[in-house]
Design a protein around this ligand. Structure first.
Ligand code: PLP
Length: 500
């Protein structure tokens, strides 16, 4: 209930019948005042944080790619959160000792594990400015500039992948959330209700990222049937096998609904045949969602464009700027071919928002995504693109593809090594086959020894019950010499294991 307000004067309270505890307010104000640094404290913050950041940037390429610390950063807990603060020096020391030099150093040029990510320094300044400016990036009415910036980036990405003008999308926190949102959009587009789920079919492969399965479960669609479609001999979805499954499922009275194709799997980096899959999807009226979290940005370079042909014919698409655009963690993107469908899947607003967006010239991320208040993540992407232009990103991605091809040829020439498929993009799979003993065990030991060494970081996976090693080229810092050094370290460890 609203209380009726008798005193509507805007002057300071001089009315003696409203009791004010001046002493208490003054004391609380004094205690909270450190929340606003004074000029000297601000100077101190700028100087010391700058010095720390400069040191970090100067050394990030020279420090190990991986530190397998015995203590696993537990020392951080010896400095608990307390009533009183500690000095900036002490805080930066904690960060240095327990956070910034343990585990994976994703800024290292020799970090070649999983999907390399991050490191673009310009983005850090974008983040800093976004936090300083403090714009509310969810709704156009609140921050027209921030929302226009995000939408401009969405339109740029749509152009990069060849989506039409009517496409829409938003910047998410990462690929998993963007995939979840894409799947929900596909559900709404096909009007699926919960009673339909256990006869609705999702087509994917063994190599599809596990976040798709997770998304189905989060969306309450865990009972949907997953059809692991057969492969073409290079870990790509087979178009023929897909078509046959769809025909058989239709004949059985089921509801073929969604195809999730990968524009570069995390496992092997191979790209599903998107042209074929797109025609099959269209002919059978299925929603085609492409997970391009790792690979879609390779559309920026000619080598990638060829491999990714057909991606533009999908209904929805995920990209991860925090992977192949080298941004810091926390930036994914969803694009949907028809932005109205995205809007109807996510649109919703509260009565307390009625004065927002009565004059909208741009769609607001809040009505296209699960988030309301959101990180102004557009700035960390816009700033480097504006400062540097697109050209260096195209060159870096092209370089990654050529480095992967080079590594593939080199490893193939080494005695005792076997390679997987010629890389579609920038991931090479390989293993060493020892003269005696179990090859899987040998490669598991090899990857453990490489991690203990830490100068280079590669990860392993299993393909058809064979342990293989992966070499994922994805950092803008990785160049030819890093590949040569990494391959030499790999061979040294093989020799050491052979002699042990
Ligand atoms: C990394 C990745 C994801 C998950 O994205 P996050 O940003 O880690 O949440 C999904 N699909 C593919 C192909 C990926 O490489």
């Amino acid at each position: 209930m609203l209380r009726s307000v008798k005193n509507t004067k805007t002057q300071p309270n001089t009315n003696a019948d409203i009791p004010v505890n001046y002493e208490l307010l003054a004391e609380l104000e004094r205690r909270a005042s450190v929340l606003e640094p004074n000029a000297q404290q601000l100077d101190d913050l700028f100087t010391k944080v700058e010095e720390y950041a400069r040191q970090h940037i100067a050394n990030v390429g020279k420090t190990p790619a991986f530190v397998d610390s015995k203590d696993r950063s537990v020392g951080l807990l010896s400095s608990p959160i307390t009533e009183a603060g500690i000095s900036l020096e002490a805080v930066l020391q904690l960060l240095y000792d327990h956070v910034d030099h343990k585990g994976i150093n994703s800024g290292s040029p020799r970090y070649l594990g999983y999907i390399p990510a991050g490191g673009l320094v310009h983005s850090a300044f974008g983040d800093f400015l976004a936090a300083i400016g403090g714009r509310y990036a969810g709704v156009f009415h609140s921050a027209p500039g921030a929302v226009r910036m995000e939408n401009m980036l969405v339109r740029w990405m749509a152009e990069v992948v060849g989506y039409p003008k009517g496409a829409g999308g938003y910047l998410a926190s990462g690929g998993s959330i963007a995939n979840l949102s894409g799947i929900i959009t596909a559900r709404e587009a096909h009007g699926l209700r919960s009673i339909d789920y256990d006869r609705s079919i999702v087509y994917l492969t063994k190599h599809t990222h596990h976040c798709v399965d997770k998304a189905l479960r989060i969306a309450g669609m865990g009972s949907c049937v997953r059809r692991k479609v057969g492969e073409d001999g290079h870990c790509r979805m087979s178009g023929d096998a897909l078509e046959k499954r769809i025909t058989a499922d239709k004949a059985a009275g089921l509801n073929p609904w969604l195809i999730v194709a990968s524009a570069g799997t995390t496992n092997t980096g191979m790209v599903d045949p998107l042209e074929d899959i797109a025609s099959i999807a269209r002919a059978n009226n299925l929603w085609l969602h492409v997970d391009g979290a790792y690979g879609a940005f390779f559309a920026l370079c000619p080598e990638g464009q060829t491999v990714l042909s057909g991606m533009d014919k999908s209904d929805s698409l995920v990209l991860d700027p925090h992977k192949t655009l080298f941004l810091p963690f926390g930036t994914g993107a969803l694009l949907v071919r028809d932005r109205n469908v995205l809007g109807s899947a996510h649109g919703s607003r509260g009565v307390y928002m009625l004065d927002m967006d009565s004059d909208a010239h741009e769609l607001s991320p809040a009505y296209l995504s699960p988030e309301l208040s959101k990180h102004f993540r557009g700035l960390r992407m816009w700033l480097p693109l504006k400062l540097l232009g697109v050209a260096p990103f195209r060159a870096a991605l092209s370089e990654k593809i050529h480095l992967a091809r080079y590594a593939y040829e080199r490893i193939q020439s080494f005695d005792g090594f076997q390679v997987g498929s010629r890389p579609d993009l920038s991931i090479v799979t390989y293993r060493y086959v020892p003269k005696r003993g179990d090859a899987n065990l040998f490669n598991q030991k090899l990857v453990r020894n490489l991690h203990a060494d830490g100068r280079v970081f590669v990860s392993s996976t299993r393909i058809h019950s064979t342990t293989v090693l992966r070499l994922a080229v994805g950092s803008f810092r990785t160049h030819l010499n890093d590949i040569d050094v990494s391959l030499q370290i790999l061979r040294d460890h093989v020799e050491e294991l052979n002699n042990s």
